[in-house]
Design a protein around this ligand. Structure first.
Ligand code: HEM
Length: 407
């Protein structure tokens, strides 16, 4: 395709995705397309290239190592427990909940506490509101050819105010952590500790990484979870199987990180939701040198698009690709597919640094909610996929809450 003066290639076959993300990853950079999200992501790991990226990745990686998982899990369990309590009177009054809003609030609370420890509810709310404005602004314009030219003065001012509020909050947290001890077990503490090896991260670098994690670490999981409740509300068999697994393994107790390997069906449901509705539905790269792929030259400066949404429905790889079938992810069936037929978390050196965190978080939330509530659809509600920073269900996923007896 042509986009202005640029040539654009959309690669859909798993082998070609593998070539770009893994085998010949050195020949590709994120490049200028990433600048469209620089307002939100700053000069963080997510957008920088080359040696800058390698150094950042070395510094940030330890914050996501397995040792951090028990701490993350307790943050997830606590926030989910609070949400379930909040739902109790709503269920009694037979009120509806919107899965999009609920999952956004929940994942915001989790990522804010994972980054900064015990932050007050008022601060979580204020930071969450600023994140909503900043993400919403980017969402509306990211894929529009003219969007960045159309910004009205009040909208631009609101966006700048939101970015300012996020910056001020993160700066304060970093300064306080430098002055006294950082919150134990937090991502902030891990980032500051990792600065002790090699050339330390500056405060500005720590701030940029935290701001990027705040956005990348909740918009994605919020979309995936909202889709999960929508899909489960429409697939009774899968919902029943999930409820049975949770009942048999947990018997009414909240799941802990040690139960996750046994919650196999719960995990397959999430994997299948990420196949059909991958939050990061499109990613772009630019070759830094001419590359050749199945006889085509991809020139330096072209844009290469990779879309898990497209590849995850590739008929050469997936049987009945439009059908929701969590058992595609049993070990045997998954092993029979080519690499990169499934890549919701990207791949190669720049694969998602938070993938283990996100998977555990989603498993814990889905199992906790499914034990306490059955969420059923509301007739007439129309849910369609909408693209922005993530692929999310829109305009809302209204669901009815039915409290389950095991709780
Ligand atoms: C369902 C949840 C998630 C999905 C689907 C997802 C997806 C992705 C994808 C596809 C990439 C690679 C993008 C590319 O190659 O251009 C990525 C990178 C990244 N993700 Fe995630 N992500 C999720 C959750 C998270 C969480 C929870 C965090 C942090 C707490 C996170 C932090 C990051 C960061 C920092 C990068 C940049 C890595 C680098 O360039 O080295 N993500 N994510």
């Amino acid at each position: 395709m042509r986009l202005g003066r640029r040539l654009v290639y959309l690669l859909s076959h798993p082998d070609h995705v593998k070539h770009v993300l893994q085998d010949n990853a050195r020949a590709y950079a994120k490049g200028p397309p990433a600048t469209r999200v620089r307002g939100l992501f700053g000069d963080s790991l997510t957008v920088v290239d080359g040696d800058r990226w390698r150094r950042r990745r070395r510094h940030v990686q330890p914050a996501f190592q397995a040792g951090q998982h028990a701490q993350f899990a307790s943050v997830v369990s606590r926030a989910t427990g609070e949400m379930l309590e909040r739902w109790r009177p709503l269920a009694e009054r037979n009120e509806l909940v919107d899965a999009v809003t609920e999952m956004r609030l929940l994942t915001q609370t989790i990522i804010i506490r994972a980054c900064f420890g015990d932050v007050s509810a008022a601060e979580v709310e204020a930071l969450g509101r600023a994140l909503d404005v900043a993400v919403g602004h980017t969402d509306r314009r990211l894929w529009s050819a003219f969007g960045w030219l159309e910004v009205s003065a009040p909208a631009a001012a609101r966006y700048q105010r939101a970015l300012g509020a996020i910056h001020a909050f993160v700066s304060r947290m970093v300064s306080e952590a430098r002055r006294s001890a950082p919150p134990p077990g937090s991502l902030l503490a891990a980032l500051l500790a990792s600065s002790t090896t090699g050339e330390p991260l500056t405060d500005a670098e720590v701030r940029d990484e935290l701001k990027a994690i705040l956005v990348a670490g909740h918009t994605t999981t919020a979309s995936a979870l909202a889709w999960t409740w929508h899909v489960l509300s429409e697939h009774h068999d899968a919902r029943q199987q999930l409820e049975q697994e949770c009942r048999a393994l947990l018997g009414g107790w909240a799941p802990g990180v040690e139960t996750l390997p046994r919650l196999g069906y719960t995990r397959r449901v999430i994997e299948e939701v990420l196949r059909l509705y991958p939050p990061t539905w499109l990613t772009a790269r630019m070759p830094v040198e001419d590359d050749t792929l199945v006889g085509y030259t991809i020139p330096t400066g072209a844009i290469v698009l990779l879309s898990p949404y497209v590849t995850h429905r590739h008929p050469a790889v997936w049987d009945a690709p439009e059908v929701f079938d969590p058992d595609r992810f049993t070990a045997d069936r998954a092993a029979a597919r080519p690499n990169y037929a499934y890549f919701p978390f990207g791949g190669g050196p720049r694969h998602c640094i938070g993938s283990a965190f996100a998977t555990a978080e989603m498993q814990l939330i889905v199992a906790s909610v499914a034990q306490c509530y059955r969420l059923t659809p509301v007739s007439g509600a129309r849910v369609i996929p909408v693209v922005g920073l993530t692929l999310r269900p829109s305009p809302a996923v209204p669901l009815r809450l039915h409290r389950r007896r095991a709780d």
